[in-house]
Design a protein around this ligand. Structure first.
Ligand SMILES: C[S@@+](CC[C@H](N)C(=O)[O-])C[C@H]1O[C@@H](n2cnc3c(N)ncnc32)[C@H](O)[C@@H]1O
Length: 279
């Protein structure tokens, strides 16, 4: 699927009318969309630039753009709750997901994070996504395949419990990054320590304070990670209209906490973090 340039057959396109109602279509030569304002012919869109207005036979007007990844993630069918785009952005940067990285994630859920990870690692990278529930794995596979227009060659979605994964399952080589988004990530800390390369980044995403505490304590108990850090990201939109400019009243105030640590070299004891004495 193309990400840029004039529309092509196979593109997933969002049509928006003046009342901001959306239709999403996949362009097919000779295809048509039936709306309350008459038929919109796909052939009028194929070959046009993004940001074009297409007219139905009854004069209805629709603004056409390709879906961005964020549109796809927020509109795709879900088996499990997805990681919010604001938190995905944190994971990609703080998790240092680099082109060519070997990344392990669990659970795959609806595949939202998988898509962002696949984009960031690029074709030279490798993503292995474990999911314990068959029905959720099916959602992840169909969402990821739908977005990329087929199964990415460097993606390996697997049905299974991360706790049972061994280095052999990963071709005998530890991975560069591990990202956990599941109910009980503390149960997967020991296996993560065995599958992560020294210097590798471990991240977990948890919704509640008890989960946060259990993961932080669990990481410390493993004694093979750096002192973990935890944070959350808050994003507030603004309405910008002359003298009415102000923050929006509503926001997603809480999604989840992010937890981060790095794998130490085997046998290393990190210097204890020192607290500054009070003056
Ligand atoms: C919140 S969802 C993940 C959503 C996903 N990150 C996304 O962005 O679409 C959590 C998933 O973890 C799966 N899960 C829980 N424990 C697991 C384990 N030990 N191994 C593999 N998957 C697990 C659950 O079945 C569930 O689908």
């Amino acid at each position: 699927m193309a990400n840029t340039g004039p529309f092509q057959a196979g593109d997933r396109v969002q049509l928006t009318d003046a009342k901001r109602r959306h239709f999403t279509i996949i362009l097919e030569p000779g295809g048509s969309l039936h709306t309350h304002k008459g038929i919109v012919e796909h052939d009028k869109i194929i070959g046009a630039d993004e940001g074009t207005v297409v007219e139905s036979v009854m004069g209805g007007q629709w603004l056409c753009f390709r879906h961005l990844l964020v549109d796809h993630i927020l509109s795709m069918p879900r088996g499990a709750a997805v990681i919010y785009p604001k938190d995905t952005a944190q994971i990609l940067v703080e998790g240092d997901i680099f082109p060519g990285a070997r990344v392990l994630e669990a659970g795959a859920g609806s595949g939202a994070l998988s898509m962002a990870l696949l984009r960031a690692i690029g074709p030279e990278g490798e993503l292995v996504s474990y999911e314990i529930r068959e029905d959720h794995l099916e959602f992840a596979e169909s969402n990821v395949d739908g977005w990329f227009g087929g199964r990415p060659a460097n993606w390996s979605p697997r049905l299974g419990d991360l706790q049972e994964v061994t280095l052999d399952d990963l071709g005998g080589q530890p991975v560069d990054r591990i990202i956990l988004d599941m109910l009980a990530p503390w149960e997967c800390l020991e296996v993560s320590s065995k599958l992560l390369v020294p210097g590798g980044v471990f991240m977990a995403y948890v919704a509640t304070v008890p989960q946060l505490m259990k993961v932080m304590e669990g990481i410390r108990e493993q004694k093979c990670f750096t002192e973990p850090k935890a944070w959350e990201s808050l994003v507030r939109e603004w309405k910008v209209e002359g003298l009415a400019t102000r923050p929006e009243h509503r926001m997603n105030a809480h999604t989840a906490f992010l937890i981060w640590a790095r794998r130490l070299a085997d046998g290393t004891v990190a210097p204890r973090p020192q607290r500054r004495g009070r003056k």
